[in-house]
Design a binder for this molecule. Structure first.
Ligand SMILES: [Zn+2]
Ligand SMILES: [Zn+2]
Length: 91
C-alpha cells in the first residue's frame, strides 16, 4: 500500500512542454499530452488540438512509465533517438 517512488526515464524533448497553448499536462495521467482548450475538450478520440500538434513537432512525449516500447540503450529515447533524463515518479 502507499506510493513508491521509483526512478524512471523520460525523453528530454518533453522538458518544457508542461505548459503549451492552454494547459498541457504531459504524462500526468496517461502519458499522453492533454490541453484544456475547448478544441481539445470537445475533440473525438484520439483527442488532440493545435497546441498538442505544435508541441509534437518538437517533443516526442515518450515516458518510460507509460510506454510499452522497451529501452534498448540506457539513456537513449527509443521513440526519437534523443537523450533521456531521469525522473522520480510515484507508482
Ligand atoms: Zn489546446
Ligand atoms: Zn524522444
Amino acid at each position: 500500500m502507499g506510493i513508491d517512488i521509483v526512478v524512471m526515464q523520460q525523453c528530454e524533448s518533453c522538458r518544457g512542454y508542461t505548459h503549451v497553448g492552454g494547459y498541457l499536462q504531459t504524462g500526468i495521467n496517461s502519458g499522453n499530452p492533454d490541453c484544456d482548450c475547448d478544441a481539445y475538450r470537445y475533440s473525438r478520440k484520439p483527442k488532440t488540438c493545435k497546441h498538442i500538434k505544435e508541441a509534437e513537432k518538437n517533443a516526442c512525449f515518450w515516458y518510460q512509465q507509460y510506454s510499452k516500447t522497451p529501452i534498448e540503450k540506457d539513456g537513449i529515447c527509443p521513440k526519437c533517438g534523443g537523450f533521456t533524463e531521469y525522473v522520480k515518479v510515484g507508482v
